[in-house]
Design a protein around this ligand. Structure first.
Ligand code: FAD
Ligand code: E1W
Length: 453
């Protein structure tokens, strides 16, 4: 492809399909190579979690691509987390102030289909069954494996890697120049199970919530699907003392675990044994990368650049924010790709690192703290301060999920706020005892007002 206005994307997953739309809309000719077959012919084969939480950052990117309305029409609203403590009734902890601050559960397969159709409608050329195998960056030749040809050569000007956590493009770039990549495995994995509709055809538990069963070192969650099912995800340590995936090895072990630890969920999952034995254990880790681009020849984004653990529900949302940022650095008359990629990396890398760290922290918070008393008092104070200081004291979860403030800013202000919450609730057990004057002075000096629009 000799044309200067031509871009080659690797991967038509979530980020690749969305980025293709944004770039085509601003005048680029875009070709996308995807390893898997066309989901419209083969059915959707994309593994991993069956549904995903979509929040403001992702939604904003979908609006820019013109697909937000269609995606939301297939989404289920989640107002908060429904916490299921062992031996106590479940209770809803709202995410936001009201129904303007909610998150959305969407099907990965439906979302990918919507984006692929919109990309083609925008003039993007998607080549399915094309798996990137190797790249000669100097010659500008990428080699793909297809069902007909094990070595199909394709000339390119610029490659954009949207090929996910196991990125082949990243591996090829690393053969040419060190990218400083490091993967930290979490040591915990996950297994997906299903809650079907009840006998009446309706949801068996509250549909408008993300359900969490926190159990200290491990947990279960469930997200609603629009066909009235829930996808349950069991997170456990891979090794070590029970329960872990080393001790819970088969369907019978899983049933015993659920009888003891998740007795309210067990009757909802009729195919527990079969799901457990058929579905693989998913692995989780964080990918840190020091360089995201190879001069002006290739750049990485989404999971290929910064895979993270899923406990904040931000991997896709962050990848979509990357797409908007990269498109903004690539006007169709861009002269210097190397500078554009460097500026993109400088903008996004600190924010990717911040959400990677917050996602790791959120695992501890979800599985271990959401049901303890200190936490609940801090949370009650946080909600009260958010009410008293709008645009100034914004809960960290809200900054991450309901605004597009940079993740790094959410993290740094979140640190200050956490300190204030801990200090203000030490040695007290009701909000009546809070020293409001001290807090007011702290907030005015340490949390300058924000513009969130
Ligand atoms: P992917 O979606 O993985 O897409 C990569 C694409 O590249 C795929 O289509 C693949 O087939 C293709 N490809 C790979 N290799 C090649 C090759 N060699 N040649 C050609 N094509 C190739 N995020 C959220 O925002 N909210 C959530 O609630 C959420 N929950 C999650 C739960 C779990 C259990 C997990 C594991 C992740 C979750 N995520 C969530 C994260 C989210 O799934 C990822 O961040 C997101 O899919 C990243 O998008 P991507 O386009 O970078 O990669
Ligand atoms: C969300 C897989 C996943 C996806 C999510 C979330 C969680 C726990 C998990 C974070 C959250 C939506 N979260 N929920 N409640 N508090 N924090 O907000 O996406 Cl495990």
């Amino acid at each position: 492809m000799g044309s200067e206005r031509h871009l080659t994307l690797i991967g038509a997953g979530l980020a690749g399909a969305l980025l293709a739309i944004l770039l085509a809309k601003q005048g680029w000719r875009v070709q996308v190579f995807e390893r898997r077959g066309d989901p419209r012919i083969d059915g959707y084969a994309g593994g991993r979690s069956i549904n995903l939480a979509l929040t403001e950052r992702g939604l904003d990117a979908l609006r820019r691509a013109g697909t937000a309305e269609q995606v939301l029409s297939q989404a289920v609203m989640m107002r908060g987390r429904m916490v299921h403590p062992l031996g106590e009734p479940a209770h809803l902890q709202r995410y936001g102030r009201d129904d303007s601050e909610v998150i959305w559960s969407i099907s990965r397969g439906d979302l990918n289909l919507t984006l692929i159709n919109a990309a083609e409608a925008a003039g993007v050329d998607i080549l399915f069954d094309h798996s990137l195998e190797s790249v000669d960056f100097d010659a500008g030749i990428a080699v793909f494996k297809t069902p007909e040809n094990p070595q199909r050569r394709h000339a390119f000007n610029t490659l954009i890697g949207c090929d996910g956590a196991g990125s082949t493009l990243r591996a090829e770039m690393e053969k040419v120049a060190p990218l400083g990549s490091r993967t930290e495995w979490l040591g915990h994995g996950y297994k997906e199970l299903e809650i079907p509709p009840g006998f009446d055809g309706d949801f068996q538990i509250e549909p408008n919530a993300l359900h969490i069963w926190p159990r200290g070192r491990y947990m279960c969650i469930a997200l609603p699907n629009d066909e009235r099912t829930f996808t349950v995800t069991l997170f456990l340590p891979n090794e070590g003392e029970a329960p872990s995936f080393a001790t819970v090895k088969n369907g019978a072990d899983a049933r015993a675990l659920f009888e003891r630890e998740f007795p309210d969920a067990l009757p909802l999952i009729p195919r527990l044994e079969a799901d457990f034995e058929h579905n693989p254990v998913g692995i989780l880790g964080t990918l840190y990368l020091q360089r995201w681009h190879l001069h002006g020849r290739a750049v990485l984004l989404g999971d290929a650049a910064h895979a993270m653990v899923p406990f904040h529900g931000q991997g896709m949302n962050c990848a979509f924010e990357d797409c908007v940022a990269l498109a903004a650095h690539l006007p169709v008359d861009v002269k210097d790709f190397a500078s554009a990629f460097a500026a993109f990396e400088a903008e996004r890398a600190p924010n990717a690192l911040a959400i990677q760290q917050m996602a790791l922290e959120n695992y501890l918070e979800m599985r271990d703290h959401v049901d303890d008393a200190d936490y609940q008092l801090q949370r009650a104070l946080e909600l009260e301060l958010a009410r008293r200081y709008p645009g100034q004291f914004i809960p960290r979860y809200s900054m991450v999920s309901f605004t597009r403030l940079p993740y790094a800013l959410a993290q740094s202000r979140g640190r200050v706020q956490r300190e204030l919450l801990v200090e203000a609730t030490q040695h007290i057990d009701t909000l009546d005892a809070v020293d409001w004057d001290w807090l007011d002075a702290q907030i005015h000096t340490r949390l300058p007002p924000l513009e969130t629009r």
